[in-house]
Structure formats: structure tokens, C-alpha cells
Design a protein around this ligand. Structure first.
Ligand SMILES: Cc1cc2nc3c(=O)[nH]c(=O)nc-3n(C[C@H](O)[C@H](O)[C@H](O)COP(=O)(O)O)c2cc1C
Ligand SMILES: O=C(O)C(=O)c1ccccc1
Length: 361
């Protein structure tokens, strides 16, 4: 099934309020729409006769050598989307050689997620996404939980000082997990009530200093997710980040920010090769992966398409999303005359306006 067909099947399968929770964004959903539309403006200018056989699309990422260049972005509540929940997502990502970022808002405990991935592949890469909690003891407990489970990197989301205003959720009255489901990673933390969505820490108090402390409290690589401004990318590296994820949270936080891919080039320049830069938001086809990699991303994250695959067909649906993106990307790389991700370079990305006007080069 194509990604679009999986989306349509997921919409059929899901409770409409749960569908809206995944599909929706903040405010008027301008950023949500803009992330996808931004990719439509880019075209790839191929190189020819470079020898494009024996292609190898592996990426070296923090805590994940030779990973697929498409990682599973952290998305909440997989058990609401399919009875197999995060375990199915973990098995699919492991089978496809893709990093899975599981998170604080998962409905399966991180130890069980890593265990499911290990049933499928001997050395899977599972990263753990968290928010900086105003109480350092809670942050530290989450970090130890992820370390003990066997996660190979941490991802700190920094674009959420407050909850996003998800218009559809407010309209549907979907403001917490239904009975019988819990944010399993929030159980039994120091001084925290167990498992309600509203217990997931989103706080406006943390600063780069808190991030630096977290990076020092663990030997795992720590990535920062949700950077758009190049000055913040520089600060992230200075405070010990092992990677930067350019992201506007899939249009679910501010509805006034640029499309994620439009922020990528300036962040790549600011980071200047010191750590890998990842991009998420609006990636829906292999050529989107190629554009992001040509603009300097080491890998891309996919959020909603993975959830659609899960809701439509469980583990097989997630595998199909990841395999489709990998195959389409490999095909695009060949058509661009490339054998390695690094063969896609910034000069090969042009805007469609330039092409239709006849070009300026
Ligand atoms: C249903 C849903 C839940 C999400 N939950 C989280 C989360 O708990 N933590 C986080 O950092 N990002 C979360 N995100 C944002 C994704 O990690 C990612 O940034 C975004 O979905 C990428 O855009 P895409 O859906 O267009 O691929 C969520 C996104 C969706 C759609
Ligand atoms: O829905 C989201 O985008 C998200 O990031 C989140 C955060 C906390 C709990 C559940 C979801």
C-alpha cells in the first residue's frame, strides 16, 4: 500500500477523535500544511554519469551506526492506534534497521519497547524522548529508566514550554488518555502521580543550563529536538548536544513558525559539521528524504505516516511505511546519480519557481 492508502485505511479504522489527535495541528494548522507544502517547492537537479550502482544509504547517527536515514519520530499513544501499540512499532523499526524514538508519552514502558525491538533484531537502536522536568529528580529518574532499558541515545524536546493548542482536540474534548491507558513511563517517579497525560512534564522553566546538566548526568548521546533558530543550534552544540533535530513538532506547537525544511540550511551552516542534524515535519515520499539530505540533514524523522501504518495494519503497516520510504529514497538517489547519501549536495536542490522561469544558473 502507498503511504496515502495507509493514511486512508487508518482514517477508516480509527475513532474519529483519535484520528484528529494524530492528523491535527495547532491553531489554524498553517504550519501543519506548510511543512508538506514546503517540500513541493523543491526540485532535485540530478547529476549524470557518475556511476550510481552499488548504492548504500546507511547513515551514522548518535548511538546508531549504519542506520536507515529515516527514523521513527516520537509520537504518543500507540496502543490507542492499534492493540499491539509501541511493541509493533518497535518490531517494525528493528526489522527495517530504523532508529525508533520512543517517548515519555508512550503507552508501553520503555523497557518493554526495547525488549520487543530485541526480539526482532540483535542490536536495535531505540532512543528515548523526554522533556526537561522542572524537578531534576524526575528528569533523572526518566533518564535512568531509559539507560536501564538499553536505549542508545536520549532526545530532549525543547519546543514545548507549554502544551500546544490542538484545535481539533479542543473541539472533540480529547484532552487525556481514556480509562485503561496510561503514559507508562511516568509511573512511580519521585513525587509524580502515575501515568495521566497531564502529568507529562511540559514546563517553561528549563534553560540551556538544565540541558547541560542532563547531558552531563548521562554517558548516552543527547540530541535536542525542536530547534529552528541557528543561534539555538549553536547553543545546543556548546551545551553538549550530540545532534540537533530541526522540527516544529509537526505543526502541533506554534502555528507561527516556518516550515521545518526551510529552517534546515541555516541550522546546518550554524552546526558546521560538529554534530549530525536531523529534520522532521512533512516528509511523505523518498524525494522529500533526498531533498532534506541534500540540504545537509543526516537523516529525517517521520511522525504521522508511521502512526497511519500502525493504525491500518499494525507491525506490517509500519514496516511498509519504512520500506516504501527507503525504496523510494534509494530510487531517487540513483536518479540523482548518487551512491551515498553524501553524493546529494546543496547545489542539487532548486526551487520549482526557478526551474519554471528557466533558471538563473
Ligand atoms: C500524534 C503525535 C504525537 C506526538 N507526540 C510527540 C511527543 O510525545 N514528543 C515529541 O517530541 N514529539 C511528538 N510529536 C512530534 C513528532 O515527533 C514529529 O516532530 C512530527 O510528527 C513530525 O512531523 P510529521 O508528522 O509531519 O512527520 C508527535 C506528533 C504526533 C503527530
Ligand atoms: O501530541 C503531541 O504532539 C505531544 O507532543 C504530546 C505531549 C505530551 C503528551 C502527549 C503528546
Amino acid at each position: 500500500m502507498t503511504l496515502r492508502a495507509l493514511h486512508d485505511a487508518a482514517r477508516e479504522a480509527l475513532d474519529p477523535a483519535h484520528y484528529d489527535y494524530v492528523a491535527g495541528g495547532a491553531g489554524e494548522e498553517r504550519v501543519l500544511a506548510g511543512n508538506e507544502r514546503a517540500f513541493d517547492r523543491y526540485a532535485l537537479l540530478p547529476r549524470v554519469l557518475r556511476g550510481a550502482e552499488d548504492r548504500d544509504t546507511a547513515a551514522d547517527l548518535p548511538g546508531a551506526r549504519r542506520a536507515a536515514p529515516v527514523v521513527v519520530a516520537p509520537t504518543a499513544f500507540h496502543r490507542l492506534m492499534h492493540p499491539d501499540g509501541e511493541r509493533a512499532t518497535a518490531r517494525a523499526a528493528a526489522a527495517e534497521g530504523a532508529v525508533l524514538i520512543t517517548g515519555t508519552a508512550a503507552t508501553t514502558a520503555v523497557a518493554d519497547v526495547v525488549a520487543a525491538a530485541r526480539e526482532t533484531a540483535p542490536d536495535p537502536a531505540v532512543w528515548f524522548q523526554l522533556y526537561l522536568h522542572p524537578r531534576p529528580a524526575v528528569t533523572e529518574a526518566l533518564v535512568r529508566r531509559a539507560e536501564k532499558a538499553g536505549c542508545t541515545a536520549l532526545v530532549v524536546t525543547v519546543d514545548s514550554p507549554v502544551f500546544g493548542r490542538h484545535t481539533r482536540d479542543l473541539r472533540n474534548g480529547f484532552t487525556d488518555l481514556p480509562p485503561g491507558y496510561a503514559a507508562e513511563n511516568m509511573r512511580d517517579l519521585p513525587g509524580a502521580p502515575p501515568g495521566a497525560l497531564t502529568d507529562i512534564p511540559m514546563s517553561a522553566s528549563p534553560t540551556w543550563r538544565d540541558f547541560g546538566e542532563l547531558a552531563r548526568m548521562t554517558s548516552l548521546p543527547v540530541l535536542v529536538k525542536g530547534v529552528l533558530h541557528p543561534a539555538d543550534a549553536r547553543l545546543a552544540v556548546e551545551h553538549g548536544a550530540a545532534g540537533v533535530v530541526v522540527s516544529n513538532h509537526g505543526g502541533r506547537q506554534s502555528d507561527a513558525v516556518p516550515a521545518a525544511v526551510d529552517c534546515l540550511p541555516a541550522v546546518v551552516r550554524a552546526v558546521a559539521g560538529r554534530v549530525p542534524v536531523l529534520l522532521d515535519g512533512g516528509v511523505r515520499r523518498g524525494s522529500d528524504v533526498a531533498v532534506a539530505l541534500a540540504l545537509g540533514a543526516a537523516a529525517v524523522g517521520v511522525g504521522r505516516p508511521v502512526v497511519w501504518g500502525l493504525a491500518a495494519e499494525g507491525e506490517a503497516g509500519v514496516r511498509s511505511v519504512l520500506a516504501t520510504l527507503r525504496d523510494e529514497y534509494d530510487h531517487t538517489l540513483a536518479l540523482c546519480g548518487g551512491r551515498r547519501n553524501a553524493d546529494l549536495t546543496e547545489d542539487m536542490v532548486v526551487t520549482r519557481d526557478v526551474v519554471t522561469r528557466g533558471g538563473t544558473w
